[in-house]
Every structure is written in structure tokens, then in C-alpha cells.
Design a protein around this ligand. Structure first.
Ligand SMILES: [Zn+2]
Length: 345
């Protein structure tokens, strides 16, 4: 399988994160992507750095004010506070939350406007890593449009929690949405399946009123699991997008059987939708060893996921999302790829 991978993800390495009111070592670490790349190589995949696609495809999904913020936030932050006054990461301390918000001019206010919480810190070289991650997704979607049947983008940072103008949950640009937008424009319609343990709230929101993009997500019940504020079963799309959004939340602690039952419902919906291509947001954080412990699926489940998705016969752009048990990521990916390969033969 073709794999897009860029070393530029190494430029983004926030050391710590505020979680549950405490400062932790950041589990969203560069080793995640290097482990996945090593596993892909060991599985016989062909790895290549992506082309540079520029901002045009990014701006097909994100607002220009937000993209400019991502590009300039760190420099503006340091200019405002100085080396002694600012920490290593741009992190908000005030957000507009549920109240009507306006975009202020100063960086302090913009940080809260564009970053949903403390889990999307911006450091000095975060932007080039973000852009290379989107380029990995675009490399795969572009090759799909040129006739390739499947490809895998090792995207880091991940993307599915990013809205058109809000970052959150380790995500800045929505790589899967950017790839899906390119495919939908050329092929008329596209399906997106998100199997990360966390709901793909950004992807859902970007396409919520669109009838040409089906979004299906299997994830932990947002009553208990991040992102908390969306991912409920009654969110089914609006306007042209009515019935083009399918959320399949599962109870915290769900195992293989429950996950695969939901997968069958998801795949039936994708088949009914009838698009020629699929974008898969692939997270491994539903695994039983993941530090966030939201679900308890095994590598056998990831094998089955790969197998059943491949059996659909759709051109498939596989976009990496979460997965934080670093010692297990190689075996998670190997299981998925083995299943996918078996489903294509
Ligand atoms: Zn996740």
C-alpha cells in the first residue's frame, strides 16, 4: 500500500498538557508517527514524502482568518509577552464558550476564540508540522483521484476534532475533511467513516449541511467521552445534509463484539449512500491498552475493521487520527493492514 509520511511532524512536540486539572507528559508525542511509519515499512508499504499542495485545498475547508491565526499565533504571542512572560506553548486562558462571540484583534483573545481548550497548544514550529500533515492526506486523496485504489496518510497532528475555524483535541487542520472535500468536488459525493474512539466533531460540523458527504462515526458515548458536546445519535444532519450524518455512540468500555456490530451498521449506510470513494479516519485509541481507557477492543477487532472496509471495494483514503498507547501502535496498524490486505484479495 502507498503511504504518505513526512518527518516534519517532528517539529510539533509539546512536552506537557493540562488534563484532569493536572500537568501530564503529552501522550500526543512524535513517537506515535515514527512507530506507525516503522510498522508500515515492516508491512511492506511504500513510504513517500507528500508534495506541497499549498493553502488552496486547506482553505476549501477552513477560514482564512483561522489559518492565518495558526500560522502567526506563536510569533504574536511571544511579541506580546516576551520570552520571560510567555511559556513554550500558546494556550488559552479565556474562551467565549456558549455566549455570542466576536473575534478580537489581540492575540490573547484570539487564542481563546480559535482554540477549544488546552489540548491544542501551538509552539514555534507547529504550523509546518500541521501543513505537512494536511499534505499527507492530500497526497493520498490526489492519488486516489488519479486511480489509486487505496493509500494511507500518517497524519500527525491528527485532524478530526478541528472545525472550520476551531482547533481542539490535538487537531488543527481537519486532514480527513480536506481530503474528502477534494474527492467530493471531483466525484460528486464521498463517504467518511470515523472509527477513532472520540467522535469526529470537527468533520461532522464541516459537512453537517452537505448532501454530498456522508459522515459516519463509531465512538465512545459523548455523555462520558471527549468531545462531550457532540456525537449523539440524534445528530443526523440538517438542510441538504439531512440523514447524511450517522453517529453510532457506544458505551464506555465496549469490546470487540459491540464495536463490530456498529461497524456493520456503518458499512451498510456507506453502501446505501453509493459514493465511489471512502475516507477513513483511523484511530487506534479504542484499544484496550490505550491510556484513556474509553473502550476495550483488541487487535483482532482492528483486523476485522480492515477486512470489512476493504471488502466494500471502494477506493479508500486512510487518514491517521488518534491512538496513544505508543508501544502498541505498531501491532494495531499491522493488524489493520493485514485485515485490509485480506479483504482486497
Ligand atoms: Zn481519539
Amino acid at each position: 500500500m502507498f503511504v504518505a509520511y513526512s518527518d516534519k511532524h517532528l517539529l510539533h512536540a509539546p512536552k506537557q498538557i493540562i488534563f484532569r486539572g493536572r500537568i501530564f507528559d503529552n501522550v500526543e508525542a512524535p513517537a506515535r508517527a515514527t512507530e506507525l511509519a516503522a510498522a508500515a515499512r515492516a508491512a511492506g508499504c511504500q513510504l513517500a514524502a507528500p508534495r506541497e499542495f499549498g493553502l488552496e485545498p486547506v482553505l476549501s475547508v477552513h477560514t482564512s482568518a483561522y489559518v492565518e491565526f495558526l500560522q502567526t499565533a506563536y510569533a504574536r504571542w511571544r511579541a506580546m509577552f516576551g520570552d520571560a512572560g510567555a511559556g513554550p506553548s500558546v494556550v488559552p486562558h479565556a474562551s467565549p464558550t456558549r455566549f455570542p462571540a466576536r473575534l478580537p484583534q489581540a492575540i490573547q483573545g484570539q487564542v481563546g476564540y480559535f482554540l477549544a481548550g488546552t489540548s491544542a497548544p501551538i509552539e514555534e514550529n507547529t504550523w509546518p508540522a500541521i501543513q505537512a500533515s494536511a499534505d499527507c492526506a492530500l497526497e493520498v486523496s490526489s492519488r486516489l483521484l488519479e486511480g489509486m485504489r487505496e493509500g494511507y496518510a500518517i497524519c500527525r497532528p491528527a485532524g478530526h476534532h478541528a472545525y472550520a475555524d476551531v482547533a481542539g483535541g490535538y487537531c488543527y487542520l481537519n486532514n480527513a475533511a480536506i481530503a474528502a472535500e477534494q474527492i467530493a468536488r471531483r466525484q460528486g459525493k464521498v463517504a467518511v467513516l470515523d472509527i477513532d474512539v472520540h467522535h469526529g466533531n470537527g468533520t461532522q460540523n464541516i459537512f453537517y449541511r452537505r448532501g454530498d458527504v456522508l459522515f459516519v462515526s463509531i465512538h465512545g458515548d459523548p455523555n462520558e467521552v471527549y468531545p462531550f458536546y457532540s456525537g449523539y445519535a440524534d445528530e443526523q444532519g440538517e438542510d441538504d445534509g439531512k440523514d447524511c450524518n450517522l453517529n453510532l455512540p457506544l458505551p464506555k468500555g465496549s469490546k470487540d463484539a459491540g464495536f463490530l456490530e456498529a461497524l456493520n451498521v456503518a458499512l451498510a449506510a456507506i453502501t446505501r449512500f453509493g459514493a465511489p470513494s471512502l475516507v477513513l479516519s483511523l484511530g487506534f485509541d479504542a484499544h484496550e491498552d490505550d491510556p484513556q481507557s474509553e473502550m476495550a477492543v483488541t487487535n483482532q477487532c482492528f483486523y476485522e475493521v480492515g477486512l470489512r472496509i476493504a471488502t466494500l471495494g471502494l477506493a479508500t483514503a486512510i487518514i491517521q487520527e488518534g491512538g496513544y498507547y505508543i508501544p502498541g501502535l505498531a501491532s494495531n496498524l499491522t493488524a489493520f493492514l493485514d485485515g485490509f490486505k485480506a479483504g482486497r484479495t
